[in-house]
Write a new protein. Structure first.
Lengths: 115, 113
């Protein structure tokens, strides 16, 4: 049973426009959410995160929105640049006890920014 | 520079052979993790370790083994019992004081011929 879902395998956006990547989750115990960016044959790199006590977090061109009632989060990239072309993974964690920390990942969305 | 080093980057092995992938970190992180990435499958957790000499199975541990003899090192052995070992393997680490970001290595691509 997939607890973190990214239903769009791919997304194409024109350079300069907004990219919106979506993520849904089913586990109500998740309290921390992250987005990672990954290029082929490289490890994922952390992009932005949000705690469940917030509904928005912004870092430069990247903004993450969290809707807890809908169990939905989204990543907005404005403006999109060709260098943003990569696979984006949504991840979530639950506070599962002292010293225990795990991330559950979605399957990823491949973003292509067209010049 | 602090980081996670995975080696080798690319590895080819014959079916039935055991293979060990190296993961070393100099970030003084407490916990270390191994993930596997397959096309269209995202990242799936194989094993993780929160302290030296202790580790737990993840979602897809069958056919894999790990050890954590030192804080800096968390090698993964892909055994001959793993039915479909060809994949991209990622090692990660983090501190354990609250919710933290996992830092990933560059990955190791294993191809079984």
């Amino acid at each position: 049973d997939q607890q973190v879902k990214q239903n769009s395998p791919s997304l194409s956006v024109q350079e300069g426009r907004i990219s919106i990547l979506n993520c849904d989750y089913t586990n109500s115990m998740f309290d921390y959410f992250l987005w990672y960016k990954k290029y082929p044959a490289e490890g994922p790199t952390f992009l932005i995160s949000i705690s469940s006590i917030k509904d928005k977090n912004e870092d430069g061109r990247f903004t993450v929105f969290l809707n807890k009632s809908a169990k939905h989060l989204s990543l907005h990239i404005v403006p999109s640049q060709p260098g943003d072309s990569a696979v984006y993974f949504c991840a979530a964690s639950a506070n599962s006890g002292a010293g225990s920390y795990q991330l559950t990942f979605g399957k990823g969305t491949k973003l292509s920014v067209i010049p | 520079d602090g980081g996670i080093t995975q080696s080798p980057k690319y590895l080819f092995r014959k079916e039935g052979q055991n293979v060990t992938l190296s993961c070393e970190q100099n970030l003084n992180h407490d916990a270390m993790y191994w993930y596997r990435q397959d096309p269209g499958q995202g990242l799936r957790l194989i094993y993780y370790s929160q302290i030296v000499n202790d580790f737990q199975k993840g979602d897809i541990a069958e056919g894999y083994s790990v050890s954590r003899e030192k804080k800096e090192s968390f090698p993964l052995t892909v055994t001959s019992a793993q039915k479909n070992p060809t994949a991209f393997y990622l090692c990660a680490s983090t501190f354990l004081n609250g919710a933290n970001v996992l830092t990933f290595g560059a990955g190791s691509r294993l191809t079984v011929l």
